[in-house]
Design a protein around this ligand. Structure first.
Ligand SMILES: Nc1ncnc2c1ncn2[C@@H]1O[C@H](COP(=O)(O)OP(=O)(O)O)[C@@H](O)[C@H]1O
Ligand SMILES: O=P(O)(O)OC[C@H]1O[C@](O)(COP(=O)(O)O)[C@@H](O)[C@@H]1O
Ligand SMILES: [Mg+2]
Length: 527
C-alpha cells in the first residue's frame, strides 16, 4: 500500500489557533516547524532562531503586547545600536547632481534638503492587509482563535536624508550564492549604478558565491557602471554562483583583509542564514559593516513577500514547456505529457504555471499529498482522461511525491537534501500501469528546469530587480544591516533577516490560489 507523506509543514498561525494554550506560546509552536524544516531541507544547518514570547489570549492587553513584540522582532538593526561614535552626514543620493561620481567631495557633500524624495525613518508598510473574520475563511492567517485584527507594520524601504557612510570610505562587495535565478544580473547592475550615484568608487564582485571569500579564491572583480551596463541582457550571474564554501568566521576575516564595509548578498534561505551570521560576526568584531540581502529564489519560498525576483520569469518560461507537453500529448493517440518544474519544498512555480497555462490536467506539489496507484490515484485519473478527452498533461514540482522515491540522505555542499526525480518516476509508473491494464498510452516527459533557471529576467522581474537592488544600497547607506529587501502588498520594505528565513514559505493547500488552480485543472483529490 502506497504511503501518503504529510505536507512538509503546517501553517504556524493555523496551528496556533488549534492549540492556543500550548506551553511556551509562540516559541513552542514555531520550534517543531523549524525542526521539520531542518530535517527536510537543511539536514546539517541551524536556521534562524525565533523570539516570540508566550501570549495569553485571555489577557485584555494581549494585542498591545503582541504589537510591541512584533515591533521588536521587525526592528531593523542599525549601526547606532552598537556604535556611539557614528555621525550621519546629509545624503549624497541626490538625483539633481548627476555627476556625483566624478567628485572628490573636498568641497563638501552634495545634498538637497528641499527634495521630497527621502523616506522618513518612521514610515511603515502594513504587512497583512486582509481582516479574516473567521479561522475557517479560506487561507486565514490568524493570531488568536477569534482571528482578531492586529495591525502589523514593517519598515518602508528607500533613500534616507541622512547617511552613515562617507562614499569615499566605502568599499562595497556583491556576492551571488546558491542556484541561478533570472534577474541576478539586473540586481547586480542596479546595486552598482546606485552605489555610483551615492559617489562610491570602490565596488567589487566576489566570484562564485561565498567560495570567493576563500583566501586563495579567484580575484575579486572590479565593478562600475561601464562594466555592468549590459549584463542584464543575459541570464546567469556575471559573478558566478556556488553552494557550500568557507565558514562565517573565515568570510568575515577575508572581508576585513579586503576592507569591505558594505556587503550585498544575493541568495535564498541558505544565503540569508549566512548573511545574518556574517552580520552578527561583524558586530561581534565591532566592524562598521552593512550586510544587506536581496532574496533570490525562483522557488518563491521566502516568507512575508509578495514574490521574489525570477519567479515571474520562471512561471512565464514554464509556459513553453507546458505548451510543448500539451502539443505532444494532444497530437499522440492517448498522449500523456509530463512536465517537471523546480520547487524543492514549495510548489509555487508548478501552481502558478499550471494556472497560467490552462493546459494542465493534474498539478502535483510537495504541500499536497497524493497517491499514484489505487482507485483515487493519479494513474487511474489519467486513464479516465485518456478515455474521455484523449490526452492529459501533468505538471509536477520537483519536491512532490518524494515519499515514492528511494531516500539517499545525500546532500549538496550547502546541506540541501538531493531529491529523487519525481518526473521520471511518474513517467515510468505511467508506462508500467498502462501496459498492465492494456490501454495504449504514449508518455512523454519534459524536464525544462535548468533551461528556465538560466533565462534572462522578463520585464516584470526586471523592474522588481531594479527596485530591490536600489533599495539594498539605500538601506546600507542608511546604516542598516542584517536586513533584506522585499515587496509586501506592492510596497517595498526592509525586513530583519531572521524573520524571513525561519522556515521556507509554502503553498497553503487552503489558500484561494491553490483552490483556483484546482478549479482550473479540474483535478480531484488523489487521496
Ligand atoms: N545555515 C547556514 N549558515 C551559513 N551559511 C549557509 C547556511 N545555509 C547555507 N549557507 C550557505 O549559503 C550559500 C547558499 O545556500 P544554498 O542553500 O545553496 O542556496 P540558497 O541561498 O539559494 O538557499 C552556500 O554557500 C551555503 O554554504
Ligand atoms: O541543481 P542545483 O543547482 O543544486 O539546483 C537545484 C535547486 O535550485 C532551486 O531551483 C532553487 O534553489 P536555491 O534557492 O537554493 O538556489 C531548487 O528548487 C532546486 O532544487
Ligand atoms: Mg534555498
Amino acid at each position: 500500500m502506497e504511503s501518503i507523506s504529510p505536507p512538509i509543514g503546517v501553517k504556524l498561525v493555523a496551528s496556533l489557533v488549534k492549540k492556543p494554550s500550548c506551553a511556551g506560546g509562540f516559541s513552542g509552536l514555531i520550534a517543531p516547524r523549524l525542526r521539520n524544516f531542518n530535517r527536510v531541507i537543511k539536514s546539517n544547518r541551524v536556521f534562524a532562531e525565533t523570539k516570540n514570547p508566550a501570549i495569553d489570549f485571555s489577557d485584555p492587553d494581549w494585542t498591545t503586547k503582541f504589537q510591541e513584540d512584533f515591533e521588536r522582532r521587525f526592528n531593523i538593526p542599525h549601526l547606532t545600536d552598537i556604535f556611539d561614535d557614528v555621525d550621519p552626514i546629509p545624503s549624497t543620493f541626490c538625483l539633481k547632481s548627476r555627476s556625483v561620481v566624478s567628485e572628490d567631495f573636498s568641497g563638501g557633500y552634495p545634498s538637497d534638503e528641499k527634495w521630497h524624495g527621502y523616506i522618513n525613518n518612521n514610515d511603515r508598510v502594513l504587512l497583512k492587509t486582509i481582516h479574516y473574520s473567521s479561522p475557517t475563511s479560506a487561507g486565514a492567517e490568524c493570531i488568536d482563535p477569534s482571528c482578531t485584527w492586529v495591525e502589523q507594520w514593517v519598515h518602508r524601504a528607500g533613500p534616507r536624508e541622512k547617511i552613515y557612510f562617507k562614499p569615499e570610505d566605502v568599499k562595497a562587495a556583491i556576492v551571488t550564492c546558491g542556484g541561478l535565478c533570472p534577474g541576478l544580473n539586473d540586481v547586480i547592475r542596479q546595486i552598482v549604478i546606485t552605489l555610483e550615484i551615492y559617489g562610491v568608487k570602490k565596488i567589487i564582485g566576489i566570484p562564485f558565491g561565498y567560495r570567493g571569500f576563500f583566501k586563495e579564491g579567484i580575484h575579486e572583480m572590479q565593478l562600475s557602471r561601464k562594466v555592468v551596463q549590459n549584463i542584464h541582457l543575459a541570464g546567469g550571474s556575471l559573478l558566478g554562483v556556488s553552494r557550500g564554501g568557507p565558514n562565517v568566521s573565515d568570510i568575515v576575516s577575508n572581508m576585513e583583509e579586503r576592507g569591505i564595509n558594505m556587503l550585498f548578498v544575493l541568495g535564498g534561505n541558505g544565503t540569508h542564514a549566512g548573511a545574518n551570521a556574517i552580520h552578527n560576526e561583524c558586530r561581534k568584531r565591532r566592524m562598521k559593516v552593512a550586510v544587506v540581502g536581496v532574496p533570490k529564489t525562483i522557488d518563491n519560498d521566502i516568507l512575508l513577500m509578495d514574490k521574489t525576483f525570477g519567479f515571474d520569469t520562471a512561471v512565464e518560461e514554464a509556459q513553453r514547456a507546458i505548451n510543448s507537453a500539451y502539443i505532444e500529448a494532444h497530437s499522440a493517440y492517448h498522449g500523456i505529457g509530463i512536465v517537471k518544474l523546480m520547487g524543492r519544498s514549495s510548489g509555487f512555480i508548478a501552481m502558478h504555471a499550471s494556472l497560467a497555462s490552462g493546459q494542465v490536467d493534474v498539478c502535483l506539489i510537495p504541500e499536497v499529498p497524493f497517491r499514484l496507484h489505487g482507485p483515487h490515484g493519479v494513474l487511474n485519473y489519467l486513464k479516465f482522461l485518456l478515455e474521455t478527452k484523449g490526452s492529459a498533461v501533468v505538471c509536477v514540482a520537483e519536491g512532490a511525491g518524494q515519499n515514492f522515491l528511494e531516500k539517499t540522505n545525500a546532500t549538496d555542499p550547502s546541506g540541501n537534501i538531493i531529491l529523487g526525480d519525481i518526473g521520471v518516476h511518474i513517467q515510468q509508473e505511467s508506462k508500467k500501469y498502462f501496459k498492465e491494464i492494456g490501454l495504449p498510452a504514449d508518455v512523454k516527459y519534459i524536464d525544462p528546469t535548468y533551461m528556465i533557471r538560466a533565462c534572462r529576467a522578463n520585464a516584470a522581474d526586471g523592474i522588481l530587480c531594479a527596485v530591490l537592488g536600489q533599495n539594498a544600497v539605500h538601506g546600507a547607506f542608511a546604516g542598516y544591516g542584517g536586513i533584506t529587501v522585499g515587496i509586501c502588498n506592492t510596497h517595498y520594505v526592509y525586513l530583519p533577516i531572521p524573520e524571513v528565513i525561519s522556515y521556507p514559505k509554502e503553498v497553503d493547500p487552503n489558500s484561494r490560489m491553490w483552490h483556483r488552480c484546482l478549479t482550473s485543472t479540474g483535478q480531484p483529490d488523489f487521496v
